[in-house]
Design a protein around this ligand. Sequence first.
Ligand code: NAD
Length: 352
Amino acid sequence: MKTLLITGGCGFIGSNFVRHILADSAFDGTLINLDLLTYAGNPENLKDYDRDSRYKFVQGSIGDGDLIKDLLIGNQVDGIVNFAAESHVDRSIDSPRAFVETNVQGTLELLHQARLFWKDLGDSNVFRFLHVSTDEVYGTLNAEDPSFTEDTPFAPNSPYAASKASSDHFVRSYFHTYGFPVLTTNCSNNYGPFQFPEKLIPLMILNALNNKALPIYGDGLQRRDWLYVEDHCRAINLVLKKGQVGETYNVGGDCEKANIEIVDTICSLLDELRPREDGKSYSDQKTFVEDRPGHDRRYSVNFSKINRELGWSPSETLRTGLRRTVEWYLKNDSWIKDIQENRYQQQRLGVG
Ligand code: NAD
């Protein structure tokens, strides 16, 4: 594929994906990043690629049909990877409408324009549309339930998950109705560099360093499957190139942990890498707060399909990935300062 359109490439996973593609010197095509730059989109995430002739940034929305049409035709795009979304569960509880506008209506407009463009391409075209989604569409598991497979029925429990599930259904319907070449990935919780500090891991790191409370929802025993973001980017690239169109692929970290264990690991890494001046542990800052309404208890992802068919598996363990993440946040003061002083002033801190 020579020309890729990435949407939401200034967010957490999107910017890591742009880096993943451009870091490969064998990639000699063009990567167009379309991002609306909401509160979660930060062009600083990619500023070292400003002068890379393979990279183009366009500010705009996936819901803007005329813009999408011009981008597709003007650049003769071969593939789309759709990361653009409202992505924070707490915000979806406060303001669900924005999640429908972007995640459902925006994705539908992107699909619509992409299909019209694809229809006019010749038979030999290699066009593909990859939709990046979440394991949250499957709902919650009890302790003894088997992990989510691609056949687990959707049962979304938050407005965020409901909006992603709806977009996944539209993507699927475009394959079955029009034969449009779509692929979907449903991935577990990601962590790593450039994650906006409203989500659990960066929030805990930054609150710890700023001598603030580490707020833990409910009993802290909600279990999530954690995946280092670079592993997710590798999976997306593989599915884009080699996945079977019309299929969905679960992506997981083989790393199910309770939130409280994540916070404890972060505290112990910080105790080692940047000890508190008073000699106490960061874990003294842990505070239990009222649980999120409708909080899913457990997610667990069975990724044997992508492993079997495409040979993918995660390469980072939680311990190595979290160490890399904590070290990145400790090194990138100016990125954090910019977020805290400029981008984040009116935003409420939640726990993702
Ligand atoms: P993010 O919130 O960090 O980034 C979202 C990006 O989309 C931002 O740059 C934002 O400016 C942009 N955006 C929002 N609305 C837009 C619009 N209308 N048009 C164009 N751009 C728009 O999100 P993330 O954590 O990087 O997640 C990316 C995708 O991956 C989402 O679709 C999310 O559902 C999915 N996902 C995330 C995780 C996770 O753990 N973060 C796990 C699985 C799947």
